[in-house]
Write a protein that binds this ligand. Structure first.
Ligand code: CR6
Length: 818
């Protein structure tokens, strides 16, 4: 008997059908006969919202009236992916939806596909935020996600005829968007610019120069089987001055609407940089915009109708998690609100503030920690600059009571000295919050020992780790229904969807050949599905009888897509030169997915190289059926959901000590892919859990990397030492992948040979050597699948439910609503 704990549908198929008809008629204004899949998508979404509405109200009421502290997850990015199917799953209405839609003469998949995915994030950090709010709701913890409703999400990636990345605007709101509810009555004023004046009583008054109206757009965040629905509140910028009447009277219509355009620019576009800061004024405007609106919103929500609320209780009402440094301006903002708007003294305000905020750091690259010029902050937020300077002064005084090491105190300044002082946002966050965490065990150690070493020396108790996780609802149940059914069959329950450690119960089944064969059949069917999808969407011809070897993530030098492509070229060169007999080659389909930041020259050149390697290799009869390379453009959540379940081998090959965690690595392991990877980020913990014998480890460790840097790294040495590496790089130089032009990749080659900042060349030999282990195992399908199954069985730890439970215990000190 299989135990079913999935939520029960609140609605029958007939009711669902009637409701869709009703929405089509009254909201869309079409008959079912006239309706397109997009109409049915909008109608169905409104129906789902209808059935979630009571739970949404109740969750909000219980939150405000009860005494369970809420979580405010402040994040500049929420990479949500499509909403409809996720909401249907969490609310238990998938079957009713499928049947209703079919009854109306539509294919459920067409309706699902009609949704335009909101891509309001760059990569891992934004997707993590989306997984976290899913888990918070599923665990029944009252929470708000607070962010920005950008009008343009991450750019749409295309490739031109030369294989170069082209960025196209992604205007995701071009079509009707049924999930966001714009609540004009709950807007907040956000001020900018101007000056600070000291009043007669000595208090300060900020006299801003301009302001924008932050209007919340609310999204339901339904928990899985929890009966709870939280809120994702994304702010959009509206102008107060619809137009300037004076200008208008002079009949200069276009100039009259200029202020409106400027104000509304604030929430116009997501910055497309990933793991690198963008020192642009507009970016700081965005950060302050959403954080200021969110803080005022929380006060409004938790102290309804109160003019003089007792804000000393604020940290008991809500705890704000700062997702990276992007929302850190919230610390001086809360200080300002408490002191200037509510009249608290500095010490009380500081006590409230430090108890309210916590900070998650998501990087190890020192250059990725945001630093704002004090001058810029002063121009945009003059009062905040004063407060930041005062925080800095107090902080330095406090440090002086804790250490005599003057140099150390100096290194820890929040505001640097000199002609052009800078504000270090990570330091401000560390000083102004209760806890600082890294996102994987290794990362948190390195944060303490390297990046924030001085801080951890003096405030060791502030530092903790919370290893990232991913939601099993979207990334197993929705992405991989076949595997989900098999897991439920194997465990005799579907409870694993809310308690992922139960996957451990699959471990004994790895000894059962029949079960392993079923597992292998799931993977094979997923590969066939993906081949069909890739054909339909991209026109690719993938052979599902080859190994599917995937590398999907942002394009970054530290992630080392170069290592993968060089190894592939080396293989190609081996076959071309006859060093390897083509009949002995294990057939492989290599699939890349990656966006590069538009201004990131070497990353974009790497994309061009991969596309051209694909062009040459896929058209070369000498390697036909053996080596294929595909690069589906515009990697996004939707593509991830199709590709991950179909992957045999996943690449996590960053230079040790550079990938803070990674979350793709977790999604692949949970979907039964094997990983080839370095000891970096969460790879370390994945390997520990799935077993060293079930993970393809290669490459230098953090210590070895450090040592090599110290000794002086010279990449050319490696080029000379490994003839296969030399052959591969020479092939890039000699025009093989650029129609004979030897200059096309010259900058990339020069970088490899003279700089190679992330030591791709030093790890090349180890990486190519591990390939024979990989191929030997793949030639024994039963053994491969046994190990892949053990990866699934032992990856339950990487549920975002577990991450959230860790945050609740170690940092937030709150829990589910009573
Ligand atoms: N780029 C890390 O690089 C981590 C995510 C989520 C990143 C990545 O290793 O898994 O955050 N960091 O914690 C930043 O964005 C700064 C990322 O997504």
């Amino acid at each position: 008997m299989t135990e079913i704990t999935a939520p029960k549908s609140p609605v029958t198929t007939e009711e669902f059908t009637d409701r869709i008809r009703e929405q089509l008629k009254y909201a869309q204004g079409v008959t079912p006969e006239q309706a397109t899949p997009a109409d049915v998508y909008v109608a169905s979404s409104l129906v789902v919202r209808h059935y979630l509405q009571d739970a949404w109200f109740k969750t909000q009421q219980d939150m405000v009236n009860g005494n369970t502290k809420a979580v405010g997850y402040l994040s500049a990015e929420f990479l949500m992916g499509k909403q409809l199917r996720n909401a249907l799953l969490n609310a238990g209405m998938i079957d009713q939806f499928d049947a209703a839609v079919e009854g109306l003469g539509f294919k459920p998949q067409d309706v699902i596909d009609a949704e335009y995915e909101p891509a309001l994030g760059n990569g891992g950090l934004g997707r993590l935020a989306a997984c976290f709010i899913d888990s918070l709701a599923s665990l029944g913890v009252p929470a708000f996600g607070y962010g920005i409703q950008y009008r343009y999400g991450i750019f749409k990636q295309e490739f031109d005829k030369d294989g170069k990345q082209v960025e196209k605007p992604e205007y995701w709101l071009a079509n009707e968007e049924p999930w966001g509810h714009t609540d004009y009555n709950r807007s907040q004023r956000v001020n900018f610019g101007g000056k600070v004046v000291t009043k007669a009583d000595g208090s300060k008054e900020w006299q801003p120069e301009w302001s924008v109206r932050a209007v919340p757009v609310d999204y339901m965040v339904p928990g899985y089987a929890s009966g709870r629905v939280n809120t994702l509140r994304l702010w959009t910028a509206k102008s107060y001055d619809e137009f300037d009447l004076a200008t208008f009277n002079k009949s200069d219509y276009l100039n009259a609407v200029k202020p409106k355009v400027k104000a509304e620019d604030i929430s116009k576009i997501l910055y497309p940089e990933d793991s690198t800061p963008q020192g642009k004024a507009l970016r700081l405007e965005q950060q302050y915009f959403f954080v200021s609106a969110s803080i005022h919103d929380a006060i409004r929500v938790f102290y309804p109708g109160q003019d003089k609320p007792d804000l000393t209780t604020f940290p008991d009402k809500i705890t704000f998690q700062l997702n990276d440094t992007h929302p850190v301006i919230g610390i001086p903002e809360l200080m300002r609100v408490l002191i200037d708007e509510y009249g608290y003294d500095w010490n009380t305000a500081w006590d409230i503030t430090t108890r309210t905020f916590n900070y998650t750091c998501h990087t190890l690259l020192p250059e990725a920690l945001e630093v704002w010029p004090a001058k810029l902050i002063g121009e945009l937020l003059p009062r905040h600059l004063e407060i930041i300077k005062a925080i800095n002064t107090n902080f330095l005084a406090e440090l002086a009571t804790k250490t005599r090491d003057k140099a150390k105190i100096d290194r820890m300044r929040i505001v640097t000295e000199g002609d052009n002082p800078q504000v270090r946002m990570a330091y401000l966050a560390t000083a102004g919050g209760s806890h600082v965490n890294g996102v994987a065990a290794l990362h948190s150690e390195l944060l303490k020992d390297v990046t924030l070493r001085d801080f951890s020396d003096i405030y060791p108790d502030k530092f903790t780790n919370v290893t990232n996780g991913v939601t099993p609802r979207r990334f197993i149940r929705l992405a991989n229904p076949r595997l989900s059914a098999l897991i439920t069959e194997g465990l005799g329950t579907d409870r694993w969807l809310s308690d992922l450690e139960l996957l451990k119960g699959l471990e004994p089944l790895a000894k059962d050949d029949e079960f392993v064969k079923k597992f292998a059949a799931v993977k094979q069917a997923n590969k066939e599905d993906f081949a069909a999808y890739a054909k339909r969407e991209y026109g690719f011809e993938l052979d599902p009888n080859t190994m599917f070897n995937t590398m999907v993530k942002r394009l970054h030098e530290y992630k080392r897509q170069s290592l993968k492509i060089l190894a592939l070229i080396a293989k190609y060169a081996d076959i071309k030169s006859g060093k390897v007999n083509v009949d002995d080659v294990l057939p492989r389909t290599v699939i890349f997915g990656a966006k590069a930041a538009p201004g990131y020259y070497l990353a974009k050149m790497t994309i061009q190289l991969i596309n051209n390697v694909a062009r040459v290799v896929n058209n070369d009869p000498d390697v036909k059926g053996k080596l294929n390379v595909y690069f589906p453009w515009n990697y996004n959540v939707r593509l991830a959901q199709h590709l991950i379940p179909a992957t045999d081998l996943d690449e996590q090959i960053s230079q040790a000590g550079k990938e803070a965690s990674g979350t793709g690595n977790m999604k692949f392991a949970l979907n039964g892919a094997m990983t080839v990877g370095t000891l970096d980020g969460a790879n370390v913990e994945i390997r520990e859990r799935v077993g060293a014998e079930n993970f393809f480890l290669f490459g230098m460790t953090v210590d070895e990397v450090d040592k090599l840097y110290e000794e002086g790294y010279s990449p050319a040495k490696y080029y000379e030492a490994d003839p296969r590496l030399k052959a591969a790089i020479d092939m890039v130089s000699d025009g093989t992948f650029s129609n004979g032009d030897r200059n096309t990749y010259a900058p990339l080659v020069a970088d490899w040979l003279t700089k190679d900042w992330f030591m791709t060349l030093a790890d090349f030999t180890a990486y190519t050597e591990i390939q024979s282990d990989i191929e030997a195992l793949y030639r024994q399908p039963l053994e491969w699948n046994r190990k892949a199954l053990l990866n699934v069985a032992n990856s339950g730890y990487f549920s975002s439910d577990r991450s959230i439970t860790d945050y609740l215990e170690r940092i937030w000190h709150t829990g589910p609503l009573a």
